[in-house]
Write a protein that binds this ligand. Structure first.
Ligand code: HEM
Length: 417
C-alpha cells in the first residue's frame, strides 16, 4: 500500500497535469490542494471567487497533487449532464455516498439498472401526481401555522420568534405522511425532504429581509384568494400557483439563489472533448475553445457558480431579485436543467425527479405563511451563514454546534387577530 502511494506520488510529481494550461488557484498543499477552501468555506464562496478571477472553467488542486476542474460553463455542463448520456458518470465513491445517505435508490443506481429504475419511478413524479399532493402541502402548512397561532396567543402578544427549520422540517414530513402515498423508501425520502424544507427556509429568510417584496406577494395571494372564492372553490390548486407571476418568479429566484444541492460530481468514462460557451485564455496565452478530457477525469459541476452566471441571469446575478423572471431577461440560449434553466435540479439522465414536488411545496408554504403572518428578520440573522451539511443549510456564525438555525419574527396579520 505504502509502495503504491509512493509510486503514485512520484508519478504525480513527474507527470504534467492534462489541465496545466487551464487557469485556476494555486493549490494550498500537496495533500489537499484547494479542497479545504472549496469544502469548508460557506457554500459557494470559493467558487464565486474562482469564477470571478478565472471564469467558468477553473482548474483547482484536489487530493495528492491531482488536478480537477470546476465547471460552471453552460455548454460544458450541458454536455456533461445531458448530451453525453452516460458518458460522464457518478464515481463509485459518490454512488457509495448516495447509498449511505439515501439507500440503494435511484441516486445510487448506474447504467441499465438506473435506466430501468428511473423508467419505473418517473410516472409517480409527473404534473398530475404533483397536483394531487398540493392539498396535503397546504394543510400541513396550515397545521404549522395553527401551532404558531397557539404559541402567540399563549404569549399574550401578537408575535413570537420561531426557529423555522424545526417547524418546517416537521410540516414537510406531515405532508408526505398524510398523503399515504410513499413514492420512495423512508430513508430515501428523508434525504430529499431535507432539501425541500431548507429551500422553504431560504425563501422565508429572503421574504423577511425584503418587506416590500413580501407585501407585493401577499397582495397577489389575496387577489387570487378572491378569484378562488368567486369560482366557489375553497383553496389554491397547482394551476392557481402557476397563474401567479410573482409567486412563480419568487420560486425561480429562490431556487436560483439558494440551490441547496451543492455540487455535481462526475467522471469521464471515455476520452472526450469538452465544448465551451466562451473561449478561455490558457496559461500559455493561447485561446482555448474546447478542452481535451482523458478518460477517468473527475470534475465538479458547480450549481452555485452556474446559477450566478452573468451572461444568463444578468449583471445583477449576485442580487436576489425575482423581477428578472417577470421582466423576461434570463437567457435560454443553452438550455439546461428541468426548471427555469437552472442547474439546481441537475440536468439530463440523472436530473432530479422530485423538482415538481419541491416547487409546488415551496409555493404552498409561501402562500399559506404569507396569508397568515408577517415575517421579519431578527438580529441574529446578521450572522447567517450558508453551511454545507450535504444540503445547504442556514446556520449562525459562532453557533454552528446548534445546527440549522433561522429565527424569524412571526406576527399575526390583522385579519387573523
Ligand atoms: C430543493 C429540493 C431538491 C433539490 C435542490 C434537488 C436536487 C437534485 C439534484 C442536483 C440531483 C442530481 C444529483 C446528482 O446526480 O449528482 C437530484 C437527484 C434526484 N432527486 Fe432531487 N432535489 C430536490 C428535491 C427532491 C425531492 C423532494 C425528491 C423526491 C420526492 C427528489 C428526488 C430525486 C431523485 C430520486 C434523484 C435521483 C435521480 C437519478 O439519479 O436519476 N429530489 N436532485
Amino acid at each position: 500500500m505504502t509502495l503504491l502511494l509512493l509510486l503514485f506520488v512520484a508519478w504525480r510529481l513527474t507527470t504534467p497535469s492534462p489541465f496545466w494550461n487551464i487557469p485556476g488557484p494555486e493549490p494550498k498543499s500537496f495533500l489537499l490542494g484547494n479542497l479545504g477552501e472549496l469544502l469548508q468555506k460557506p457554500v459557494g464562496l470559493a467558487e464565486f471567487e474562482w469564477q470571478k478571477t478565472y471564469g467558468d472553467v477553473v482548474r483547482f488542486g484536489a487530493a495528492l497533487g491531482t488536478d480537477q476542474l470546476m465547471i460552471a460553463d453552460p455548454k460544458a455542463l450541458q454536455h456533461i449532464l445531458q448530451s453525453s448520456g452516460y458518458g460522464w458518470r457518478k464515481s463509485p465513491v459518490r454512488r457509495e455516498m448516495a447509498r449511505l445517505t439515501s439507500g440503494k435508490g435511484l441516486a445510487w443506481a448506474d447504467g441499465d439498472v438506473h435506466t430501468r429504475q428511473r423508467k419505473i419511478m418517473l410516472p409517480g413524479f409527473r404534473a398530475p401526481e404533483t397536483k394531487f399532493f398540493v392539498p396535503f402541502f397546504i394543510s400541513s402548512a396550515e397545521a404549522m401555522c395553527s401551532v404558531w397561532k397557539a404559541a402567540i396567543a399563549k404569549s399574550g402578544s401578537q408575535s413570537d420568534v420561531f426557529n423555522f427549520p424545526d417547524y418546517i422540517s416537521r410540516a414537510t414530513l406531515d405532508a408526505i405522511g398524510q398523503s399515504e402515498e410513499p413514492l420512495l423508501s423512508r430513508k430515501n425520502f428523508d434525504f430529499w425532504r431535507t432539501r425541500d424544507y431548507h429551500t422553504i427556509c431560504w425563501a422565508m429568510y429572503e421574504l423577511a429581509r425584503q418587506p416590500k417584496l413580501q407585501a407585493k406577494l401577499r397582495n397577489e395571494i389575496q387577489a387570487m384568494e378572491e378569484t378562488i372564492a368567486d369560482r366557489g372553490n375553497s383553496d389554491f390548486t397547482l394551476q392557481d400557483f402557476e397563474e401567479m407571476p410573482l409567486l412563480v418568479a419568487m420560486s425561480k429566484e429562490t431556487l436560483r439563489y439558494y440551490p441547496v444541492a451543492i455540487h455535481l460530481y462526475r467522471t469521464a468514462s471515455e476520452d472526450d472533448r469538452l465544448p465551451l460557451s466562451k473561449p478561455i485564455v490558457g496559461k500559455s496565452g493561447k485561446i482555448i475553445t474546447e478542452i481535451p478530457i482523458p478518460k477517468g477525469t473527475q470534475v465538479i459541476g458547480s450549481i452555485q457558480a452556474y446559477n450566478r452566471n452573468k451572461d444568463i441571469f444578468g449583471e445583477d446575478s449576485f442580487e436576489f431579485n425575482p423581477n428578472r423572471w417577470i421582466e423576461g431577461r434570463v437567457q435560454t440560449d443553452t438550455p439546461l436543467g428541468v426548471y427555469a434553466n437552472l442547474a439546481t435540479f441537475a440536468s439530463g439522465m440523472r436530473s432530479c425527479l422530485g423538482w415538481r414536488f419541491t416547487v409546488a411545496e415551496l409555493q404552498a408554504f409561501i402562500v399559506v405563511l404569507l396569508r397568515n403572518f408577517q415575517l421579519e428578520s431578527t438580529p441574529k440573522l446578521a450572522g447567517i451563514r450558508r453551511e454545507s451539511a450535504l444540503t445547504m443549510v442556514p446556520t449562525i456564525e459562532g453557533e454552528l454546534d446548534k445546527g440549522s438555525q433561522l429565527p424569524l419574527k412571526v406576527t399575526l396579520l390583522p385579519n387573523n387577530l
